[in-house]
Design a protein around this ligand. Structure first.
Ligand code: AMP
Length: 432
């Protein structure tokens, strides 16, 4: 047993796994950029109050899962690792006066989040999210743009069978009456409520319809639905979101139980699920509109909407769907490995590799002192496309270029090497 291990609920991503992560992160960044969302990076820790306010006090995230940092004696602030990115991004929006920028401000962030959760399959204490936010646009078109972007991310990642669950949770006009009605409904069933839900009833009743507790299923089935009680403006907005999704050909299912039980959440709420996995606390991602949040964190009233997509769960889902899951392509194998007949000639090998790298080719040089046969075996094990064999020809400025999969070999001038490798590698990848 080693003396030290990675903390419970965290993992080391080893080099064999990271290409799949890099691929997803690039995909996310490219897609976000293509949709006009620009990168933002906020700190991994903030004043705990940013999350207490920005996520909401009566939530699992804040009540149970906030990863609080123990205060140093000279500090009066209380700090916490970020459990989700939206609160920090909105804090940055207010702090940097982004209200004065052209609206909406569209940003994305990819990085680790932290929740002091009970670790289990698909639930970690450090996990990664791809997050999108559009702040300053009341919708409904941008709502559909964001949902479609999320779906395209899954499709491009190679995951099949992803479904959108969609709901509208109203706003400050229609929600108060609904909350009263909902409270009255659950009070009638108070005897059957599990203890946690009974406790939440008076503090944040909107959490109840969203409860994944099996004991709640039948009670929730009869609960009044916000979508039947939306005010005119919210109903028109919801209709607009659906019309845009229909026009884009994005399928979704209405789920009146999908309630994000936070005061600042308004109108559009959605979650991404693998078909058949709904309600197992295993959403692949989720998001919604938060028209009250900017004001709550000290800015002018400003609408906003976003999503958080979990990358850990996406990779797990891709693995379950097998190699056809689209990440078989993820590889960081070198294009070329520079080997040599003279084990001691590391200067020649390293110089040639350096030139290839300068020309943009992924190249490894054999820097050890083993025999040529062993060097070639290692190159094949690395799944390199080419072995560049440095030998006596180097005196004439030439090397042997061996195509490892094809088993062919030819003499190439060092000056032409990069061009030759790039050309052959390109042709190989286009199947010719
Ligand atoms: P939430 O903010 O809880 O809606 O989370 C958004 C997404 O982040 C979820 O749909 C998951 O994909 C992912 N996620 C949330 N919590 C965890 C966790 N503890 N471990 C892994 N992924 C998580």
């Amino acid at each position: 047993m080693p003396a030290f291990r990675a903390a419970r609920g965290t993992r080391d991503l080893l080099p064999d796994e990271t290409p799949r992560w890099t691929r997803l992160e690039r995909l996310a960044a490219d897609l976000a950029t293509r949709y006009g969302y620009r990168r933002i990076e906020t700190p991994m820790f903030e004043q705990a109050a940013v999350f207490e306010r920005g996520v909401g006090e009566v939530t699992d995230i804040v009540e149970k899962e906030l990863f609080r940092l123990s205060p140093r004696t000279e500090e009066s602030e209380s700090w916490s690792l970020r459990p989700e990115p939206t609160a920090g991004i909105v804090r940055a929006y207010v702090q940097h006066g982004m209200q004065t920028w052209p609206q909406p401000v569209k940003v994305y962030e990819i990085g680790p989040m932290f929740r002091y959760d009970r670790p289990q399959a698909g639930r970690f204490r450090q996990f990664w999210q791809f997050d999108i936010e559009a702040i300053g646009d009341p919708g409904p078109a941008v709502d559909a743009e964001i949902i479609e972007l999320g779906m395209r991310f899954y499709t491009d990642a190679g995951l099949t069978g992803v479904k959108v669950l969609l709901n509208s949770i109203g706003d400050a006009v229609c929600r108060p009456a609904y909350i009263e009605e909902l409270t009255a409904y659950y009070r009638q069933h108070i005897e059957s409520l599990p203890a946690t839900e009974r406790d939440r009833l008076e503090r944040n009743v909107l959490r109840l319809p969203d409860s994944k507790d099996p004991a709640m299923a039948s009670i929730n089935a009869g609960a009044p639905r916000i979508t039947d009680r939306l005010c005119d403006a919210c109903a028109a907005h919801f209709g607009g979101v659906r019309a845009h999704l229909d026009a884009l050909g994005v399928p979704y299912r209405l789920d009146p139980g999908l309630v994000r039980g936070l005061d600042y959440y308004t109108r559009t709420a959605f979650e991404f699920y693998i078909e058949g996995r709904e309600g197992q606390q295993q959403a692949l991602g989720g998001g919604g509109r938060y028209d009250g949040l900017v004001e709550l964190l000290g800015g002018r009233p400003t609408p906003g909407i976003g999503f958080g997509i979990g990358l850990d769960r996406l990779l797990l889902a891709l693995e379950e769907q097998g190699p056809a899951g689209g990440d078989a392509m993820a590889s960081d194998a070198p294009t070329a490995v520079v080997v040599g007949a003279d084990p001691a000639a590391t200067i020649d090998r390293l110089r040639i590799a350096t030139r290839l790298r300068a020309d943009g080719i992924v190249a490894r040089a054999e820097l050890g002192q083993r025999k040529l046969g062993k060097q070639l075996e290692a190159a094949a094990r690395d799944q390199a496309h080419f072995a560049i064999i440095v030998g006596d020809e180097l005196a004439n400025g030439e090397v042997q270029l061996r195509d490892l999969p094809a088993g062919t070999q030819k003499v190439v001038g060092v000056d032409d090497l990069a061009r030759e490798v790039a050309r052959a590698h390109q042709a190989h990848h286009h199947g010719s």
